[in-house]
Design a protein around this ligand. Structure first.
Ligand code: FES
Length: 105
């Protein structure tokens, strides 16, 4: 399955996302600009912030307490803000689009 990251400049990156891999790792694997993943995916840096396609929100696991806490520090928090390291690819997410913010923390 693929997902599409939209970088801060508006360029789309359709990338292969193996089931079970975190979307942060998928973006890093493909050198998508606009996402950092500084903490390696343990929900302690918030540099993997993205805005997920609202149509997929109810397919995603809810934000954990830690994710909610970390998201409080991002520059432009929205209802569809998620930390990409906390979302594992699964078949239901095929085709999901993730807009990356203008700046990471
Ligand atoms: Fe650090 Fe996601 S990679 S919070």
């Amino acid at each position: 399955p693929t997902v599409v990251f939209i970088d801060p400049h508006g360029s789309e990156h359709a990338v292969e996302a193996p089931d079970g891999r975190s979307l942060m790792q998928v973006a890093i694997d493909h050198a998508v600009p606009g996402i950092l993943g500084d903490c390696g995916g343990v929900c302690s840096c918030a540099t993997c912030h993205g805005y997920v396609d609202p149509a997929f929100l109810d397919q995603l696991p809810p934000r954990s307490e830690t994710e909610v806490f970390m998201l409080e520090g991002v520059p432009d928090l929205r209802g569809n803000s998620r930390l990409c390291c906390q979302i594992r690819m699964q078949p239901a997410l095929a085709g999901m689009r993730i807009q990356l913010p203008d700046e990471q923390v």
